[in-house]
Design a protein around this ligand. Structure first.
Ligand SMILES: [Cu+2]
Length: 357
């Protein structure tokens, strides 16, 4: 190694060391965005735009009361005629962000939702509601645009390597709450109103407050967010979904300049449904001692869960996808305490793309 090379190497090392210890919050890092399931985690600089697409799936399988799993027979023993057995929700979330100034970033999110729910009918009731093929199973589904969210994200504090922002948003009742499907019952299998989990929207204007704190160290980073979804009214079907509060914290390890791996814990509280879905919460005339389906009744809504998730953020600096962000996150509930009788969550997964200009 000649002298010139040695000087260059020393200079490069000095520069790298200086960068590593400059303790400046670097938005060029893959972990400068939170794990992909976290919304409203970052703001933008004046004039920037960002587009994003997330594909999410949530799978629910089997019933639960409190912290205990239940069989279908246990649900029938609680005097319900029909029990859900499984549900899948797929959501494609389109997002656009723009910062008209350094003080505020505006965000719009529009979800396209597809749901599917499998049910089992109480054996004694199945002949009464005339499933001609003798089957005790039926499936309902819905699809369409959900509730559009608009938010303002406002950075309010920063130190050298940490920053914080709060957000205030509105969820608008653009998603349908009148979705129907063919459901067996008195009069046969005819189009009827589906319960709230199969509806595309809440039917209410909801407030979306959030506060987010993030920090970076040399090879790793961390963050925390508290957020809420506060319903402001009853919808025109006479009910409103429970208020939601969530608290999450994460840490991410950098793996080179373009990748990071994250671990996250997420606690979510959902309050009880207010009011009642009056068009489906009743005792069927052919079995007056029994109720229709668990999802029709307000007492079977709300609860708490704690999830753990693992994720990867990719932010390539070269090649055909230079400066595009890709991310994936997979979450498993480790504790669920559900009000009444409800489907329990098995897992949720999200894969996303983001690009800023
Ligand atoms: Cu953004």
């Amino acid at each position: 190694m000649n002298f010139t090379k040695l000087v260059k190497l020393a200079a490069a090392t000095a520069l790298a060391t200086q960068l590593a210890y400059s303790h400046e919050y670097l938005t060029s890092r893959p972990d400068s965005h939170a794990p992909i399931m976290v919304m409203a985690d970052h703001a933008h600089s004046k004039g920037e735009w960002m587009l994003s697409v997330r594909q999410m799936r949530m799978e629910m399988d089997g019933m639960r009361s409190g912290t205990d799993s239940l069989s279908s027979e246990q649900v029938f023993a609680a005097n319900y005629t029909v029990t859900p057995t499984r549900m899948t929700m797929d959501m494609t979330m389109f997002g656009i962000m723009h910062a008209p100034s350094d003080k505020v970033t505006l965000m719009l999110m529009a979800p396209y939702i597809e749901t599917e729910m499998d049910h089992l009918i109480f054996g004694m009731a199945a002949p009464l509601i005339a499933l001609n093929d003798g089957s005790r199973n039926f499936t309902t589904s819905s699809s369409g645009w959900g509730d559009v969210k608009i938010s303002a994200l406002i950075p309010f504090w920063e130190s050298e390597n940490q920053k914080a922002q709060y957000g205030i948003g509105l969820s608008l009742p653009t998603g349908s709450i009148g979705e129907q499907d063919l459901i067996p019952g008195p009069g046969g299998r005819i189009a009827r109103q589906m319960p709230a989990p199969m509806q595309l929207g809440s039917g209410t204007i909801d407030l979306l407050p959030s506060i987010t704190f993030v920090g970076q160290e040399e090879g790793w980073s961390y963050g925390a967010q508290a957020s809420g979804r506060l319903r402001t009214e009853d919808n025109h079907h006479g009910y409103r979904l429970g208020h939601q509060l969530a608290a999450t914290g994460w840490t991410a390890m950098k793996a080179g300049e373009s990748a990071s791996f994250s671990l996250r814990a997420n606690y979510q509280y959902t309050g009880e449904m207010h009011g009642q879905q009056s068009d489906i919460a009743f005792n069927p005339p052919f079995a007056p001692s029994r109720r229709t389906v668990t999802t029709a009744f307000a007492e079977n809504y709300g609860g708490q869960k704690l999830e753990l998730s693992a994720g990867v953020n990719l932010y390539p600096k070269r090649g055909p996808f230079a400066n595009h962000r890709f991310a994936i996150e997979f979450a498993i509930p480790v504790w669920q305490d559900l009000n009444g009788l409800q489907l329990e969550t098995d897992y949720s997964a999200t894969i996303g793309w983001q690009k800023a200009w």
